[in-house]
Ligand binder design. Structure first.
Ligand code: 6PV
Length: 335
């Protein structure tokens, strides 16, 4: 199906995912040949969830972190929203764990530190993710993790949106207080889900799993799970600290950043220093001026003044990514 709004800018390819009211397609940014993911939401099926897309776009524009998928461009037509997002060529962490059966403690630690860094950054901005699960953790080409929120679940960390309570977060990763419908803090719920994630990395299966939802709930509320023989005592201690039924007894994100298991083999605790905003790059600007004929200084002035989600921004960021990967900034002649 063709979308007029993308004509000449992006070539749509295969569908790489679909959720409630969103479909994600792989696409090519024609001018640079770079791959992107385009999340397509149609306004009719969004219904009264429409305002949440605006919140998500606002959120993503402020979330600048090396382990959170970058938003390049937003295109709104009267029938659709198109979010042009960083494409992660490594796919979902879930599939990576399945194909390796389970990950070593060292590989798990490398990945888990990146997740903790992204979540600590989210929390520092007052957000909670609330749907942390392997399907929402992607791998880029360098096997670095990118946290995403496919289901529009991330929300301000304190307070509850009751109607979201059930629809948000899959029960397998949901904390006891969320299941019991109690008032909960998003930051505490995220710690629990990260505990389930860490367990999945180290074990290759889930701590709480059952085909019947009641048994699953009962297992989660019991807080009891197997500790396979291959788990080190340090891993067991950390998992136990995260899978505490009482949210007030659960380890906090700050304690997590400094936990011995997290810092083992690394020089420093997890920091959520995030990447800065735009830095001016003359090579990229001169490449862009070769495409569109405008002066580099004019392009930069317009970039800085823009809302940072237009086509010019997408082109700049994609060329900057390519330069940071050490590739030439050649442009397809058809541009
Ligand atoms: C190679 O084979 C493969 C195989 C599979 C995937 C890929 N790659 C690949 N790259 C990029 C995406 C993507 C990124 C972000 C968003 C998004 O919705 N952002 C919004 C967002 O993250 N907000 C936010 C983040 C943090 C905090 C608060 C708000 C949507 C889609 C993707 O999607 C595919 C889906 C499929 C279903 N499970 C989830 C991923 N897939 C590649």
């Amino acid at each position: 199906v063709r979308y007029a709004a993308l004509k000449g800018l992006y070539d749509l390819e295969k569908t790489i995912g679909s959720g409630g009211f969103a479909k994600v397609k792989l696409a090519t940014h024609i001018a640079t040949g770079e791959k992107v993911a385009i999340k397509i939401m149609d306004k009719i099926s969004l219904g009264d969830d429409l305002p949440r897309v605006k919140l998500e776009v606002q959120a993503l524009k402020t979330l600048l972190h090396q382990h959170i998928c970058r938003l390049y461009q937003v295109i709104e037509t009267d029938s659709h929203y198109f979010m042009v997002i960083e494409y992660c060529s490594g796919g979902e962490l879930f599939d990576h764990i399945v194909e390796k059966n389970r990950l070593s403690e060292t590989e798990s630690r490398k990945f888990f530190r990146q997740i903790v860094s992204a979540v600590a950054y989210l929390h520092s901005l007052g957000y909670a993710h609330r749907d942390l699960k392997p399907e929402n953790v992607l791998l880029d080409r360098e096997e670095n993790l990118k946290l995403i929120d496919f289901g529009l679940c991330a929300k301000p960390k304190n307070g509850i949106d009751s109607h979201l309570q059930t629809s948000c977060g899959s029960p397998t990763y949901a904390a006891p207080e969320l299941i019991l419908g109690k008032k909960y803090l998003g930051s505490e719920v995220d710690i629990w889900s990260m505990g389930v994630l860490l367990y999945a990395l180290l074990c290759g299966f889930l701590p709480f799993d059952d085909n019947s939802i009641e048994n699953l709930y009962r297992k989660i509320l019991s807080g009891k799970y197997d500790e396979p023989s291959w788990l080190s005592s340090s891993s067991k201690r950390l998992i136990r600290a995260m899978l505490q039924i009482d949210p007030k007894k659960r380890i906090t994100i700050q304690e997590l950043c400094n936990h011995p298991w997290i810092t083992a083999g690394f020089l420093n605790p997890v920091s959520f220093v995030h990447k800065t905003n735009f830095e001016k790059d003359d090579d990229v600007l001169s490449t862009m001026s070769a495409i569109c004929g405008e002066h580099a200084s004019d392009i930069w002035r317009k970039l800085v003044k823009s809302d940072r989600t237009d086509y010019r921004t997408a082109t700049y960021l994609l060329l900057l990514d390519r330069k940071l990967r050490g590739l030439s900034l050649r442009i397809s002649p058809s541009a």
